[in-house]
Structure formats: structure tokens, C-alpha cells
Design a protein around this ligand. Structure first.
Ligand code: ADP
Ligand code: MG
Ligand code: MG
Ligand code: MG
Length: 413
């Protein structure tokens, strides 16, 4: 009702809220008193509940008005749930089956009820444990290509795309986190930063490099001003859930319009960090598992490119690179497509390098490194990651393709 006000729910109070919605009670089955509620949020920002009923289970995700990782000293607007909901809707249209199905959205409560993805677990944990996931690269390459292409004016009607850019431009505070934490804070002694103490000399070197800082800011300028497509915005291995053969994507609250290479670039950085951290986690299977991670990177880009080219041929109905200029003149648009892919590759590598820096120097680190308790061991591995990140930001134009990228990772390893 109009009198409703935002209330963060608890495992005790959630059932009485959910029982007001017939679609949810039918889905869960049984009486509300029989529902079992667990809070499972392990992320940095939100409440996440699993509700188990006799018939099925659901996920309830509710935004908190502050950053969970830091506390109520850092307020964060509830409206991000609205953008997460709209992002999930669009991703479901653009890559059917890739994201959790939506059951219910409550704007006042900043609350989304969605499909419980099971028996999947978070990919980052699987990678720390040395588990392989069949079909991972194919799924992720296609997800990135489909969302990039179908959310752009290569495909969308300009009026629709521009209206959507307007809608999502309201998601201000969340990209502001990316703008500061990802692109800027790693490169100076920002208040919330931390890093493994043994890294001091490497960190000092990075922060004294004005060319590196200028390149990172150039990427930030693109990120903040370039509205090529709707990106997930937080596509790290903690936003991917997998079984041994099947994967899904969750948590797009960092959605915004940004360069098409953003998601695949951030994701690649997280795979490279998984790669560099492996000596801290593996025994005799180290080499085999590291090779698998590198194959995921090359296969992701191969899958991305193949899908992007396919969509270029079959769904290029937007304002950009129109068929009137190419095919209708009996001229090929293949070279034009390669040019677009080259720009995506360049942006992806830039983002990749910056993400490698921020996850070791800024506020929110990755469990891949953080769970290595011996700081001397951890710092040595993080240093490889930092140095390769700098190489990507500074000299990405010298890396021709994904094979070159993984060869570089092997050189730094
Ligand atoms: P945050 O935005 O706070 O990072 P996430 O959306 O990443 O929250 O969710 C936190 C955790 O909750 C995930 O790591 C995952 O374990 C679990 N989770 C979230 N959504 C789902 C889902 N649809 N199905 C199963 N588990 C989920
Ligand atoms: Mg998350
Ligand atoms: Mg999480
Ligand atoms: Mg999130």
C-alpha cells in the first residue's frame, strides 16, 4: 500500500511478507510456518535469503541502505534493486536461461524474489578448490556477446536504446563505486585501500607511473561516457554460479551503459587472478589446473567472437553499420566487424589490467588471493598479477589475440 515503508527483513519476518503474494505461496507450497528461511548473503552489499517450502525453494534478495562490507557509515541508495531487476529482465531476453528467473519485485522494499539456482555453487570457490566446469567458456563467451550485441545500436532501435540509457543513468551511486574503487583508488593511497605489506615496493612503483595512471583515467573516461551497450558491470567469478557442467550469471546491480568490452575484460581479469593464485592452493595438479584456466580464457574469447560475428550477420538491424552501406551494395561488412571486435578487445584488455590492480590494492579483494594465509607466498603471486596488469594497461596494443594474452600470463607466472 501507499503507507508501506522500507523494512529490512529477517529470517523471522520474511515469511509474513511473502505470504501476501499468491504466486509466491503457491510456488513454495505448504503453510508459511513450514517455510525454512536462511540468510546466505556472502556479498559485499545485500541481504540474500533462501526460502525452502515443501514444493520448491526461492531466493529473496533485498538491498540494504548502506554497504554491508563497511557498515552504515557508507550509505548506498536502495534504488539499486530497481536497476538490478531491470537488468535481469533484459539479460533474460538477450540470453535466455542465463540469469535467474524473476518471480516478484517490490520497489519500496528494494526486494527481488527469484529462482534459486541449484545445485550450483559460486565459480570462485570452485576455482579455489581446483574444480573444472565443462562448457564454462562457451556459456560465458556467448553471454557476453549476446548481451553486448543485443543491448547496442547494432541491434536495438535507437529510440529504445536511448530511452534505456536514460533509465539506467539513474543508477548513479553504484557506478560511482566502480569509478572510484576500480579505476582510481588503486593508483593512490586511498583511505579504504589495503594490500599485502610485502607488496610495498611494487605498489610504490605502480603509483609513481603517471603514464599508467593516465591510461587508467582514459579507460575511466570511456567507462563513464561511452554508452555502447548495457553491461552487467560486476561480472567476476563471484557473480557466476556453476555445477560441473552448467553455469548461470547472477547479481547485475552494477548495471550501466558502458563499452562492449567491459564485462569480458573484468571476467578475464578474475580468471587471470585465479590462475596466478593457484600455487597457493594446488599440489601436484597445479599445472593441469592452471592450463585449464588459460583454456577457459582463450575459449571465452573464441566463443565471444564467433557469437558476435553470428549476430552481426543475422541480427544487425540497428542504426549502426547498416546493411544499406554494405550488403545492399554487394559489399562485405566482415572487415568492419573485425574493426568493432578489435576495439572491444582493446577495451577489454584495458579493463582487465585495471581490475587486476584494484582487486589487490583497493577495498574489495578476491578470495583467490586472500585465502592464502602466508603473506610472503601471497605477495609473490599478487606481484605477478600486478605487473601483468600494468603491462595490459600500458601495452595492450601489442597483444594481438587471446593466445598472446595467455602466453603473457605464462611469462609472468
Ligand atoms: P551481493 O550483491 O550482495 O554480492 P549476490 O547477488 O552476489 O549479492 O548474492 C550473494 C550470494 O547469495 C551469492 O554469492 C550466492 O551464494 C547467493 N545467491 C544469490 N542469488 C542467488 C540465486 N538466484 N540462486 C542461488 N544462490 C544465490
Ligand atoms: Mg555478488
Ligand atoms: Mg557474492
Ligand atoms: Mg552485488
Amino acid at each position: 500500500s501507499d503507507l508501506q515503508t522500507y523494512t529490512p527483513y529477517s529470517t523471522e519476518t520474511l515469511p509474513s511478507y511473502l505470504m501476501g503474494f499468491a504466486a509466491i505461496t503457491e510456488r513454495l507450497g505448504g503453510a508459511p510456518a513450514s517455510w525454512k528461511v536462511k540468510e546466505v548473503g556472502d556479498g559485499n552489499l545485500n541481504l540474500v535469503f533462501i526460502v525452502d517450502g515443501p514444493s520448491s525453494s526461492i531466493i529473496v534478495k533485498q538491498a540494504l541502505p548502506y554497504v554491508r562490507l563497511v557498515g552504515d557509515s557508507w550509505p548506498l541508495p536502495l534504488y539499486r534493486a530497481f536497476f538490478e531487476y531491470h537488468a535481469l529482465k533484459r539479460q533474460a531476453e538477450r540470453d535466455p536461461g542465463a540469469v535467474p528467473e524473476l518471480y516478484h519485485f517490490d520497489e519500496v522494499q528494494a526486494l527481488i524474489v527469484m529462482e534459486f539456482i541449484e545445485p550450483h555453487s559460486i565459480l570462485r570457490h570452485k576455482m579455489i578448490n581446483g574444480e573444472m566446469v565443462a562448457g564454462l567458456a562457451d556459456f560465458l563467451g556467448k553471454f557476453c556477446a549476446r548481451t553486448a550485441f543485443r543491448g547496442s545500436e547494432l541491434s536495438m532501435k535507437s529510440a529504445d536504446k536511448k530511452a534505456d540509457v536514460g533509465l539506467f543513468s539513474g543508477n548513479v551511486e553504484i557506478p560511482a563505486i566502480t569509478e572510484a574503487l576500480v579505476f582510481t583508488d588503486p593508483y593512490f593511497d586511498a583511505e579504504m585501500n589495503h594490500h599485502t605489506p610485502e607488496l610495498d615496493p611494487v605498489v610504490a612503483k605502480l603509483r609513481s607511473d603517471t603514464v599508467l595512471k593516465a591510461q587508467a583515467q582514459r579507460m575511466l573516461m570511456k567507462f563513464a561516457s561511452n554508452t555502447e551497450t548495457m553491461v552487467h558491470g560486476d561480472l567476476h567469478s563471484g557473480s557466476i554460479m556453476s555445477t560441473d557442467t552448467e553455469s548461470r550469471v547472477i547479481d547485475p546491480e552494477f548495471v550501466q551503459y558502458a563499452p562492449m568490452g567491459f564485462d569480458i575484460g573484468m571476467m578475464t581479469a578474475n580468471f587471470l587472478m585465479a590462475y596466478f593464485s593457484q600455487p597457493g592452493h594446488r599440489g601436484e595438479d597445479l599445472e593441469r589446473y592452471q592450463e585449464w584456466i588459460l583454456s577457459v580464457i582463450t575459449d571465452c574469447f573464441a566463443s565471444f567472437e564467433a557469437e558476435f560475428k553470428h549476430l552481426w550477420q543475422t541480427e544487425r538491424t540497428g542504426m549502426l553499420y547498416p546493411k544499406t552501406l554494405f550488403e545492399d551494395q554487394q559489399q562485405s561488412s566482415e572487415a568492419a566487424c573485425e574493426g568493432v571486435l578489435k576495439d572491444i578487445w582493446d577495451d577489454a584488455l584495458g579493463i582487465c589490467g585495471i581490475e587486476m590492480h584494484r582487486r589487490t590494492l583497493s577495498l574489495a579483494h578476491n578470495a583467490d588471493f586472500e585465502t592464502i594465509e602466508n603473506t610472503a607466498v601471497r605477495a609473490a603471486l599478487e606481484a605477478r598479477n600486478l605487473m601483468m596488469g600494468a603491462e595490459l594497461v600500458l601495452n595492450r596494443d601489442t597483444i594481438p589475440n587471446a593466445t598472446g594474452l595467455v602466453a603473457m600470463a605464462q611469462d609472468f607466472n
